[in-house]
Design a protein around this ligand. Structure first.
Ligand SMILES: [Zn+2]
Length: 332
């Protein structure tokens, strides 16, 4: 490798510094420079905050920029490295995947130094930024076709001690939902790489369509609560108001029963309320096929007692696509 990934500044320097993480050029494009901010107030937690992993989830970069504005004044200890946009070409294209190689950055960790652009970004992050942190907040959002409450999520972790620490950290955001998501086994996710290095990794998700002031305020409040819990800023952590409630619950999903998938193509009409309890047989929604005037609509019902934690709220669905995600209180 002629030019390895590198930082253009010293993140150990006290105070606020900024520079770039340089991702080397490859066969597919020139070198890429990702803006990186280091807020260093000495001993204390070592935190990495990233946004813009998926280019069509723009709340994360906005919340990261807001942090860079208020945190230097408020921070009392520790070092926080912030990368508002991990994948600039994807953000510029408003695309989940990187347009240059078509890859999903959150499926290629820990990356490859000699790989395509997305793999080189993952390699640079894994090699240079991840080792500097004990804790990672990766700021995502669920996007416009899902009704999903502001949440922190983690996947089940094999190491029980790391699982407990991760759930505690996720709950410290005090968002309406903390979800332990039994996700399909997908290699290459950022959190798996971080867990393999023993890091606490919390993914923040915000759902429900367009970027709005209220949603961003909830996102901000969640990140601030987490920073208070880590002791890097002072203050009192409080539940933000979401749909007239100020509370949070910790849920988990079970595969595959909790993933309700579409039996036919059509338009899904939700008939349930977000974070509402449902019993076996309760109506979750109705799927309306559009390809034939004779085809009947299909009721989608809950297979058992559960809590609705995500509902498809827009877009034409194909067979096998998710319509809803159910969950139940976490059994500790
Ligand atoms: Zn995402």
């Amino acid at each position: 490798m002629s030019n390895p990934p590198h930082l253009t500044f010293d993140p150990d320097k006290p105070g606020t510094s900024k520079g770039h993480l340089v991702v080397p050029k490859g066969a597919d494009c020139e070198a890429l420079s990702l803006p990186v901010f280091s807020l260093n107030k000495g001993d204390g937690p070592r935190l990495l905050i990233t946004g813009g992993c998926h280019g069509n989830e723009l709340e994360g970069p906005l919340v990261a920029q807001r942090l860079i504005a208020w945190l230097p004044e408020a921070q009392i200890c520790g070092r926080i490295i912030i990368v508002p946009v991990l994948n600039p070409p994807a953000v510029q294209a408003f695309s989940r995947n990187t347009p240059i190689d078509g890859l999903n950055l959150n499926r290629v960790f820990p990356g490859r130094a000699e790989g395509s652009l997305t793999e080189r970004i993952a390699d640079a992050v894994s090699r240079l930024l991840l080792p500097m942190a004990d804790t990672v907040f990766d700021l995502h959002s669920f996007g416009p076709i899902w009704d999903f409450p502001p949440s922190t999520t983690t996947h089940p972790i094999a190491d029980p001690a790391l699982m407990i620490k991760t759930i505690r950290m996720a709950e410290a955001f005090k968002l309406p939902m903390t979800l332990v998501w039994d996700h399909p086994d997908t290699p290459g996710m950022f959190d798996i790489s971080a867990h393999n290095q023993g890091k606490v990794f919390v993914c923040v998700e915000l759902g429900g369509g367009i970027i709005g002031d209220e949603a961003l305020a909830i996102y901000d409040a969640g990140v601030r609560n987490a920073l208070i819990s880590l002791g890097v800023v002072e203050g009192k952590a409080e539940y933000p108001t979401f749909r007239r409630r100020r509370s949070g619950q910790t849920l988990h999903t079970r595969r595959p029963a909790d993933e309700l998938k579409s039996p036919l193509p059509g338009i899904f009409e939700p008939r349930c309320s977000m974070l509402g309890e449902v019993k076996q047989g309760d109506l979750i929604g109705i799927l309306h096929p559009m390809d034939s005037s004779s085809a009947n609509s299909s009721d989608i019902r809950s297979p058992g007692p559960s809590i609705v934690c995500g509902v498809r709220s827009g877009g034409y669905v194909e067979v096998g696509e998710w319509l809803a995600l159910l969950a139940r209180p976490l059994n500790r």
